[in-house]
Unconditional design. Sequence first.
Length: 284
Amino acid sequence: MTFQKVGILGSGIMGSGIAEVAASAGAAVLVRSRSQNTADAMLLGLEKSLAKQVEREKKTKEQADEIRERVSATTALADLADCDFVLESVVEDLGIKKALFNELDRVVQPGAILATNTSTLPVVEMAMETSRPEQVCGVHFFNPATAMSLVEIVRPLTASDETISKVSAFATACGKDAVEVKDRAGFVVNALLFPYLNNAVRLLEQGVATKEGIDIAMKGGCGFPMGPFALLDLVGLDTSLAILEALHDEFSDPHYAPVPLLKRMVAAGQLGRKSGQGFYDYRR
Ligand SMILES: NC(=O)c1ccc[n+]([C@@H]2O[C@H](COP(=O)([O-])OP(=O)(O)OC[C@H]3O[C@@H](n4cnc5c(N)ncnc54)[C@H](O)[C@@H]3O)[C@@H](O)[C@H]2O)c1
């Protein structure tokens, strides 16, 4: 394992999954959550996930216990000071991420690499908030982080070769396939995926088919493991909207302009699995 102590900011869908992945690869992991409640929820989720893997005989009880012991949580950013790698995975909002990088730079020991799990936002802008832009890059995991094999390594203009090579080695140690990409909105996967997801919402709005029908069509017709509405609910509709807005800001391509239905659902708090309701209902 390239890094001995990994700090993760944010204990949402992605932060929790990445914590499990890094701990399973042998790193000590410290997750910073904004509240004790969300920190406790992350640790409970980790225990449940590990218990499931023991039940399915994918891990022994001893392995699961070791992984659990490697993960701890804090609400204090200052506790990340001795990490040698910190990955932020908070809400997809450039202002919030830039402020966090500024703060992280002052708190985390010199020499440590600071990275973002952003899906689309300009990594260079976060790097320039710090006094160590050569040690800042993107490390973009996919959802669910425990299952998806890809990590996009995002190289901003400012990153050093050493930084890129260390984070690529980290992704490989986590059992992932690392692909280096340029710092431009959407990188590879989301630049290709999101026009498709947005157009699926457009088809639904136009009444071309039902959401169930469109999901069945794309699974059966294209061999996709899940349809666009199941995927949007998994990603989170707020995150999906933020991704489309960032893509549209960068390229002004009408295919990236978020479809009104998506905006209205986010305004209504229908965020997908994480809120219990999105295109589908998860409350039962
Ligand atoms: N959901 C996905 O499929 C996916 C996939 C890859 C990357 N990402 C990226 O990962 C990051 C996190 O997304 P997620 O899906 O885990 O979202 P989420 O909504 O599940 O979690 C967001 C986290 O951000 C925290 N947060 C919110 N406002 C904050 C603030 N002002 N300061 C500090 N923390 C704050 C929340 O407490 C929560 O822990 C985003 O940058 C997103 O683009 C998401």
